[in-house]
Design a protein around this ligand. Sequence first.
Ligand code: ATP
Length: 496
Amino acid sequence: MADSIMDLTPKPISGKDCTQHAPDIPGAAADISGEKDDKTYIIEIDHISKWFGDKQVLDDVSLFVKKGEFVTILGPSGCGKTTLLRILAGFNLPTEGSVRMNGTDITEIPPHQRPMNTVFQRYALFPHLNVYDNIAFGLKLKKVDEDSIDKQVRRVLKMVGLTDYEERDVESLSGGQQQRVAIARAIINKPQVLLLDEPLAALDLKMRKDMQLELKQMHKELGITFIYVTHDQEEALTLSDTIVVMNKGKVQQIGKPTDIYNEPVNPFVADFIGDSNILNGIMVEDRKVLFMYHEFECVDEGFQPNEHVDVVLRPEDIYIMARNDKGQINGTVQTCIFKGVHYEMTVITDHGYELLIQDYNAFEVGQEVSMIIKPFDIHVMHKERFNNSIHGTLKDSAHIEMLGGLFECEPVEDIESGSDIMVDVEFEDIELMDYTEDGGAAGCVSFILYKGNHYQLTVTSDNGDDIYVYTNEVWDDGDIVGIRILPKDIRNIRRI
Ligand code: ATP
């Protein structure tokens, strides 16, 4: 394990700002397209939180959905998207918050009384019924007359491209065809809202792509509101009017696909949506940002002078050419792979940063190249935090309990034992180990971000606190790690 980390960040031009920066979450609990007006929104999810036992799965989620919109809830496995959809459908109750539909509180209304239907990942068809009877089932229960059922079944069969499949045994159908039956069954009741939980996840790639186009077409024809859950960012970008990016039970960003791709609000979104290079930088002044040891012109404003920032560069936005004196940065090609339309290359800059670049031209491995990045293609983001501010308890003048373990600290004289305290620890001052020391803290690697010349890990400690760690070591998502911090690196110990 590396004891110290080499020069990981560009050097600050002036002193460090040690305040913790709370991220803004655009769109969360706020309107995304004008003033919030109850008549505009078919669904209002209002400050929903959900706990299962002592585990919080949704954390203050707010979202307003317009009539006829195609909204996709996108996030990695376990982020709480299905739980949110189940609360919308009425299968789960939120611990806090409410759901309104057309202005009426429906939080406690049972699923079958809500004018919405759900399509699940597993099709949940009746195996003993044929296609026609599967689709007609709900209407038969409602005792709708047979002529009307027949008309409606044929109408939806046409819509999902299954005309002439009425008599087929559902088990003889392909996955894609079964999913069409499930969709037909969900839309025959003309729900105002269709909820779709990863409906294409079980299909192969080709079928998934075809069904995506068909779903989009169906949404247009039906004119009803679709709320769609997926972990597939490409699917979300293809289908949606609005994407809601979630992580760890929280809304990260709400916006149009192009906004989410071009203007991610934080490294999580930038990393999750599409390929990106995410680097540490310093905003020297408005429209001037320093990263990779070069001062670049950019279009971003509204930062403090010399504020530490995260910089996002999309691989297709880095111009690459044979080495010349016109480049802003120089490097050497490490890998070059043909991806069908473009070449994907990794380049190591002369200062040791690894960049992912996509270009229509191939540059050979080992070739010396120059690169240009235009101001518009540099996206600067506020950092979510500048160091780790950790909550703990002073056990005695030389020990602090925090992160679920006991840490030795430098002598503390003016705070009595037992006090609640905060301390600051720099990202590069935390060492991760593949074992836990006696009485020491442990955690789980919950997010990994590659920053060009080091990794930024989020480690969720045993007591639930998230800490950021800079490291050159390679860890995997889900790794259990011991956490070591030397006494000298536990700084600014203060009572709260
Ligand atoms: P996936 O894409 O893997 O389905 P997701 O984003 O839809 O993930 P959820 O299914 O909402 O996530 O689950 C969020 C978290 O809540 C997970 O850690 C899951 O284990 C937990 N969870 C979900 N349902 C329950 C339950 N009934 N009891 C306890 N924990 C639950």
